[in-house]
Each structure stands twice: as C-alpha cells, then as structure tokens.
Design a protein around this ligand. Structure first.
Ligand code: SF4
Length: 342
C-alpha cells in the first residue's frame, strides 16, 4: 500500500490512524482502535442524566444510552463535505486494502474497551443514572457513522453480521455518502444489510452536489445516483437524509427537483434537517447557514406535497429535523424486533 500523510503502517500490515492525529482525536474524546473510531454523542451523555433523548428514540424507538456510535473507517472518506463537522481535513481518500484492515471482531472488541473507558468517567457524577451507565456498556443499537465513510471498510458485511450475532443487539443503522454502490450491493448479496440504511442526500443536481460534497471521485455523481437507484430494491428499511444549508440547497426552486428525486427513489423515510454549526464545520460555514425549525417544516411540507407519496410523520424541534413517511411503502416506524441471529 502506498501510505499517505494521514496514515502509517504498523508492522507493515494494518492501517493505523497516524499518532499525531490520534492524539488530537483523543483530546476530542474519541476512542481509537487501528483505523476505527468510537465516541459518546451529545445525546447519549444527556440520556445518562435523563435530560433528553436523540431524535432516533422519538422517531424509531432506539434507546439513546444503548446506542454505540462508531466508524470502522474513522479517517477515510471520498468526500470533503462543506458541512462535515468531523476532522475531514485529515481524511484519507485511498481505498482500504482488505489485507491491511483489522478483523471486525478485533475492531469491535477494542472499541468496546475504548467506549467503556469513555463511560467510566460518568460514574463519578451522581446526577447520572447508574443503571443506564451499566446498560450502556452492552449496546443494544449500533450507529455505523461517526467520522469517515464506513462503506470504505472492505469487511463491512462481516462486521454487520458480527453485530447481528451479538445477543444484546436489537438494531444497526448504517449511514453512507453513496460513493460505494458496489459495497451496498455486497451487503444485499451477502445478507448483511443493516436494520436501517441511510443515504446522505444533500443535493438534487450535479452543481450543488459538487459544491456541497466536494467529492474526490470523477464519477461521484454517477456513483451516488447508482446507490440512490438501489434503495427501493434493498431488503431493509431505507432513509434519505437531507441536510439543508442556507444558500446552498434550501432554495425554493430546488423543492420540485428534490420531490421528483425522492418520489423515484422511494425510500421508506426521508429525514430533513438543518445543518448544525458545530465542530470543524465552523471553519467553513457561518452560524447563519443554519435553518430555523419553521423553515425545515415548510420545506418538508412542500417536498411531501409535491412528491405526492410522502407525508410528514414527526419532528424534533430541538434537533431541527422532520421525518417523512412513504405512504406507498408503509412500515412500522418503531424498530420492533431483535435482529440477533443466534
Ligand atoms: S461524506 Fe460524511 S464523513 Fe465524508 S466528508 Fe461528507 S459528511 Fe464528512
């Protein structure tokens, strides 16, 4: 493998996050295992104190303190999205060589130890619910997102199957930027689809796609469209996630284009949310690029009306997000069953 400035090789074998970057990530409270990352999100920490839950709890019934957010490709991504609040300045766009990545079980075992260390710090504060802290050590839900693009990890099917084999697992969510349609096909072919698959959908035309996602691949638009066209055939729950950024993709003229796109793609749900002015994105965008909840609601109502097949299902004011449901592919919104395949 030709090694970039962002990664080094350990024992000439496994891809590792470079020590200087790992140091910065650890300072920002990330746990690290080889090329993978884990963190406790804002809402997980709040739920320890019973101060609120993530919108995924409200929309789909996911336990916030039982959710583990991690990425098997913490510093790899094919895009450089303007709104990314992760440390994308250090991202590596190189493919991950299957011979140089850690095995799923090894990654998860190490990340669990990292997560435990992060959680241990919360036991000292009596405002945190001890039972919730104990429960959070054995996650019931996995959000495969965090930093980087998880579909670049070549053993993703094995990883998802491994997660589904764990006794405590109830559900898995995977968020993709759509740049690896072959991997999505593999997940389907190898019976390794997550419980819910998200496709980031921030542009309805090529010009804004390039401006927002700043992709590295020359055929990025084709790749993304191929992933989009696969959604209605996948044997799992699917979501389009639209992040609206003022003056980038919130313009009125785009609503009919988005409506036509979502009608054709026909996912089960669409989440429409505001860009959040946090993390590293504050170096690239202004606070004023965020939308008010009222604007998110208007946009969502227009998209649902013009698509003719979606209707607004719920919203979370605090997270500035609406969720639309597909009336032609109605499914139970709450994740009902355990996926454990044991
Ligand atoms: S695709 Fe995701 S991880 Fe990659 S740059 Fe965009 S927001 Fe960040």
């Amino acid at each position: 493998m030709s090694c970039s400035a962002e990664t080094v090789e350990e024992d000439d074998r496994l891809i590792q996050i470079k020590p200087a970057i790992a140091k910065q990530l650890k300072k920002a409270k990330y746990g690290i295992a080889d090329h993978a990352t884990v963190a406790l999100c804002h809402w997980t920490k709040k739920s320890f104190k019973h101060e609120g839950d993530c919108y995924k709890h409200k929309f789909y019934g996911i336990s916030t303190h039982g959710c583990m957010e991690f990425s098997p490709a913490g510093m790899h991504c094919e895009n450089r999205c303007v709104y990314c609040w992760r440390p994308m300045e250090f991202y590596d766009s190189l493919k991950m060589d299957p011979k140089q990545v850690a095995e799923p079980e090894v990654i998860l075992t190490k990340l669990m130890i990292e997560r435990k260390e992060l959680i241990n710090g919360y036991y000292g504060d009596s405002r945190n619910d001890k039972q919730r802290l104990d429960e959070s050590l054995l996650p019931s839900h996995y959000s495969i997102s965090l930093s980087g693009e998880p579909t670049m990890y070549p053993k993703l099917p094995e990883l998802i199957k491994y997660l589904h084999s764990l006794k405590a697992t109830k559900s898995t969510f995977l968020v993709t930027n759509g740049q690896e349609p072959d991997m999505i096909q593999r997940l389907q072919d190898e019976d390794a689809l997550p419980t819910q698959l998200y496709l980031s959908t921030n542009a309805a035309d090529y010009e804004s796609f390039k401006r927002i996602n700043r992709p590295k691949y020359d055929d990025s638009w084709e790749r993304w469209n191929r992933t989009l066209s696969m959604l209605k055939h996948l044997k799992t729950r699917t979501v389009l996630r639209i992040t609206l950024i003022r003056d980038y993709n919130d313009i009125k003229e785009m609503i009919p284009v988005f409506a036509e796109m979502v009608r054709k793609a026909s996912p089960h749900f669409i989440e429409i949310k505001s860009y959040m002015h946090i993390g590293r994105s504050t170096n690239r965008l202004e606070h004023s690029n965020m939308l008010e909840m009222e604007e998110i609601k208007n946009f969502s109502e227009q998209v649902s009306k013009q698509s003719k097949i979606f209707s607004v299902m719920d919203e979370s004011f605090v997270s500035r997000i609406s969720v639309l449901q597909n009336n032609e592919r109605l499914i139970e919104r709450y994740i009902p069953t355990c996926v454990n395949t044991n």
